[in-house]
Structure formats: C-alpha cells, structure tokens
Design a protein around this ligand. Sequence first.
Ligand SMILES: [Zn+2]
Length: 316
Amino acid sequence: MKHSFFIALLLVTFLAHCQNSESKPNDSINSKSMKFNKLTLEEEAVILKKATERPYSGKYYKFDQKGTYHCKQCGAALYKSDSKFDAHCGWPSFDDEIAGAVARKTDADGSRTEILCANCGGHLGHVFEGERFTDKNTRHCVNSVSLTFTPADMPAQTDTAIFASGCFWGTEYWFKKQNGVISTTVGYIGGRTDKPTYEQVCNKTTGHAEAVQVVYNPTVIDFETLAKLYFETHDPTQLNRQGPDIGDQYRSEIFYTSETQKTVAEKLIKELETKGLKVVTRVTKATEFFRAEEYHQDYYEKVGKKPYCHVYTKRF
Ligand SMILES: [Zn+2]
C-alpha cells in the first residue's frame, strides 16, 4: 500500500515537474534565514516539488480532532480545526486560514490558485471559491503531507505575529535576535494590491506597510514580550513616518493574528498612553502577508551594520 502510494507520488511529481520546469521549488525562499524541519522524500515531493498526494490516502482526511494544523516544513500555524469540513474530495478541506498564514498564487496550469505557506513558501495545495460547501464559500484543498497537527490541549509549538514600525530592515533586526523567535520575514501587508513590489510600495500606490512576520515559540517568548519590544524599538507617536523615512508605508501598525494578540496590543497602548505618549499605532486584523524581495531579507545581517532608525528606548 505504502509502496504503491510512493510510486504514484513519484509519477505525479514527475508530471508536475515537467509542467513547471521554469519555477524552482521554493524559489522565493531564503532558506538560510529559517530553521526548517527535515522532510521525508514523500514530504519533499509535495512541499518542494508541488506534487499532489493520492486522494483518500492522507492521514488528516478523515480526522476531526480539535486543534491546529501547522506547516510541516517550518511549523507556522496555518489552519484551526474549527474551519475544517468534509468536502468528500479525498483531501483535508478548510474554509478559512489563520489570518496572514497562507499565500495564494496562480498555478502553473494558469487556471487554479495554488496555496503556499506564507512563511516558508512550502506548497500546501489549491484553493477553490464559489462551491457553496460552507457559508464562507471557500475550500482550501490541502495535502495531509504538508501539515502537522497539534491537539488543542497541547501547548502550540509556534505562533505568528506581524509588526510594522517603519523601515522593515530595522524592525527585523530586533526581532531576529530574540530567544524563542524561530524565523523572521520582511514583507508587505495591509494594502489593496496583490504581490506588491518594493518600488510600488515606495510609490505609495498600494496602501501596504513595510512589516515583519515573526514566527515564535510561545512557550519560550510570548506575544506581550514581543509587542513590548516592538513599542520600545520605534517611536509609536510618529504618524506615517519613522525619523527620515516618511510615508504611510512606514506607519506604526500591529497586524494581529488572534483575539488574544489584539487584547494585549490594546492593553499596552493604554499603558503607554497613561505614561503620556500619544500613540498612533493602529491595531488591525492581519490580512495576507507578502514576502519582500530577497535583498531586503536579513538586511542588517548581510551588511553587518546596525539600524539607523530603530534604537532601543525603555518604555515599560
Ligand atoms: Zn511553512
């Protein structure tokens, strides 16, 4: 059984590879900046080479425990069990993702929409709209092989936070150094356009903010500690600028991925206000996070310098 599954998988991989010979697996990913889990050959075929597992074969197809589904490759939280439903299609189906966790891309076949882990770029499957399975009218059709499951009664291994505080090079510099932070990615969020480029964001035509997606282990560092660091490494009273960087792409904004993060962010803002700071930081539900161009990732690490615009100031 296992053997025939693997042969089928290899065949699908081969076909997918032929259709897709121009795109390298994970071509947008700087693997140096992330600590990835080691993948089996089956997992590599799906996650890196975009193969599809055989229908009805995956371990999460008929599976209804309460908990969270994470990316097999990087551990980022992708889907809650509350959004899982049975579409009788042979693959695990979800009608919603955890905010900001899943990226969409037109498939190599030109008609379907591929879904990828927004953090590491690992292939998940495809998303379909308008089938009317549930009220959300959306079906994320995901390979079990791309996922790993954490039961609700076990502490989550990873969580994601997204912070905008001016030039994303400087924001990333501080979060990257924290113990408990698994990975950081600079990118764009909160605007009106898909897959913005740096040039478009600079020209202020997109509405996106420069931001950093932080994947962390909440048993080592919690959101409150990260959010305090955020408020202490930029000036949250400057509207649409940080020092010499002027424009709404440099705005101060927390893009929360859970109601708990929202509550903590609002509590910290109140605390700063009681200390006399006129905080302009916005607190907004995360939408899709778009990874920025490679030369922006780990910028200060690459150039061996320190940020000009993000200086630590104790505020709590
Ligand atoms: Zn991932």
